[in-house]
Structures are given as structure tokens and as C-alpha cells.
Design a protein around this ligand. Sequence first.
Ligand code: ADP
Ligand code: MG
Length: 288
Amino acid sequence: SIPLSFFGGIGGASKSGVLVKGSNYLEALNSVETVIFDKTGTLTKGVFNVTEIHPKNDVTKEGLLEYAAYAESYSNHPIAISILKAYEKEIDKDKIEKYDEIPGHGIKISVEDKEILVGNHKLMDKENINYSKIESIGTILYVSVNSDYIGYIVISDEVKEDSANAIKALKALGVKKIVMLTGDAKSVGEKVGNQLGIDEVYAELLPTEKVEILEELDSQKSPKGKIVFVGDGINDAPVLARADIGMAMGGLGSDAAIEAADIVIMTDEPSKISTAIKIAKRTRKIVW
Ligand code: ADP
Ligand code: MG
């Protein structure tokens, strides 16, 4: 039988905004050795703002933003939300004929007789677009229309106020390695990683590559050590499911993430991870 205090632990956690889906996960939290964070929406606010618009040739800034907004109009990615917010105008969705969201790359869409691509350099490379790669500390969205490169938009996100303390608290609790994974550019990932004191940063990853890195980190830890992955769930359900303990941040998290997760953090505060570990340690003291 399961000791009553386990239920006490789960109940205590839920009062603190941490929903634990089984007592085995609470027990596993006692042995956390590695914590892997997704970047966007987990350590950062996931609220991007458009900071620069750079059209090419005879395209105007408004025109470039309009193409991007049409392309993003069906996406719920934080990037899409920022573009639609900057555009401000109505989108005539009847004009959209074909829509394709390519995880870790961006969007491909047909509007009337035009094929629009909006995404990162991987998308431009994959589609053989003749563009020039921009080095920036912001996230770059390249835009092409009928295979012609028409310019780029710079967007940037902010680190959550809570993130630095969350990482300090995990280190104080004895977590050996703190890692960040992101599909975003290397320059952006490294800037956030340095700012927060993260041990290892892996950038420009596709969802499947996030799983591969988790497996690599899994082979490096001690046999009894556990790996936590924390994500907002947009494009990271596979890695959430593969971690010893998958945590979804419920504040912004998608339904798929909440489903795939073992533990749901009901707010958007990463410091709830150390809260959960503390509750697990307290629960164990009562049980043994
Ligand atoms: P993260 O790992 O930071 O959460 P994602 O895996 O969601 O990032 O996305 C990785 C990258 O793929 C983004 O930084 C962006 O370059 C590109 N991308 C993903 N979705 C979109 C979109 N809707 N529009 C444009 N680019 C996108
Ligand atoms: Mg994500």
C-alpha cells in the first residue's frame, strides 16, 4: 500500500501550484541530477516583440510585415503571436489556400498565387532561397515570396524575472547539471544561458534532436540520478515524454504538453521546480 503521507505530498504540491500525476514522480524528485530547460516560454517569457524590419529591394516595411502576418495567421507559436500583434490589421483568411507549419523551421503558406516562407535560416536553406545570413542577438525571421528573398524581421523575447533564482535554487538543492535546449539561434541561446548561469546550452535543435540530447545526457548521469525536462510544450512533447520526469509549464503550456507531462506547473514560474523538489524531500522524511 502507498503511505498516506505520499498523498499528503501530492496534495501539498498542488497547493503550491505543482500538479504531480503520481507518487512515483514525487519519489523520483529526490534524486534529480540533471535539469533540462526548454528556452522559449519556459526560461523566457515567450512574448516576442518585433524590434527591426528590414525589407529588400522595392518591398516596404508594411509589405514585409503583411506577408509575415499572413504566413503566421494560423500558428499559435509565440513567434506568430508577436508578428500578428505588430501587424495590427485584419487577416483575410479566405485568401489562404495552403498552410504548412514545419517544426523547428517556420511556415510555408500559399496566399492567392504566392507561396510565402517565413522562418529561420534552416527553412531558407531547405527551400534553396538565395538570402544572406544575419548575425544578431535577436531571433531572425527570414521571408521569401515565390522563392525571392524579400527581407528579414528581428524579434526578441525577455528572460523571466524568476528564472535566475530558479537556477540558483536548483544548484543549492544539489542538482549537478543545468542544461538549456532551444530551436532558436545559437547567439540567442548563448546570451540567455550566460545571463542565467546555465552549464550547457544546445541551440538550433529540431524536436527530434532535443530527444537525442536528452538521451546523451541520460547516458552521462549516475545510474540512480534522474533527469527532469521542463518545457512549455510547443514542439517539445516528445522530449517531455522521454524524460524521467517531464514537467510542463501550465501558464502558457499547450494541452498536448499537459497530457504528455508527469508534473504540471500551473503557473509560469520556473522556481516551482525547486519548490517541488523541496516538497518531495519533506515527504520522504515523513515516510521513512
Ligand atoms: P524553442 O526550442 O526555442 O521553444 P521551437 O522549437 O518552437 O523553439 O522553434 C525553433 C525555431 O523554429 C524558432 O526559433 C524559429 O526560428 C522557427 N520557428 C518555429 N515556429 C515558427 C513560426 N511559427 N514562425 C516562424 N519561425 C518559426
Ligand atoms: Mg518551444
